[in-house]
Design a protein. Sequence first.
Length: 255
Amino acid sequence: MAAGAGVEGAEDGDERLDDTKGGMQKKAWMPPELLQPEAAWTDMRDMGKIRDECKALLADSRQLVLKDLQLAKTKWETALDTVEETGEEVRVVTAYNLVLNLCAYAATRGQPRALDTALDVMSRMVERGARPTLVSFNTLMNVCAKSAAADLGEQAVTNARTVLSMMEDANIRPDAITFTSMLDACARAAAVRGGRGGWTRGWQNGQDVLDLMRTKGVRRTAMTYNVMISICITGASARLEGQSYILQEAVDRGV
């Protein structure tokens, strides 16, 4: 996930710098590419190259993932073996994250085994000594959300909560992408159920996620509110009231 890669990179810019050497005052809020242009851009190019190389290794798996998930899994396990032999942690984690993204792609297309397969990928990742990152867990959360399309319905919401618990156990702090994917699971589960009952349950699940965001100190984004509105769309007469409430809150928060 491209956005996820940006999340990981942002962690490098958390350093508190206040050095005027080189003629440019360094501020804590400045991204690393402004502080060290050549080094930062070189790192970005290297990451892009690594990602492209891993995607090339997984090309066969992507072609197969909708036709034969088990065969695709066999292909990507061979690719992961090849990547692991390099011993390069960044390359290994990138490859695993791309495989998890393939599982999300399969879930979007209604593959019933997509989530179980993604959990197998995470298990292998840990067993082989690779540490899942925020991107890894966010992608797994996305698999949970998309799995509602495979008639998992409310179970998709339960699975999303389980992934959040896994993140806490791994000391990975969830972000807005994490919770937006959880809300997506609520919205998709509500759509599977349909009608006013779907709206009522989806709305309550969504409110629970918003409460978690508040507790964790995670700021709501425009996408957060967009997904909540999509929950309202599954309802009948109650949906207008819910949409008005969400839109007004978004305006009040300056989103």
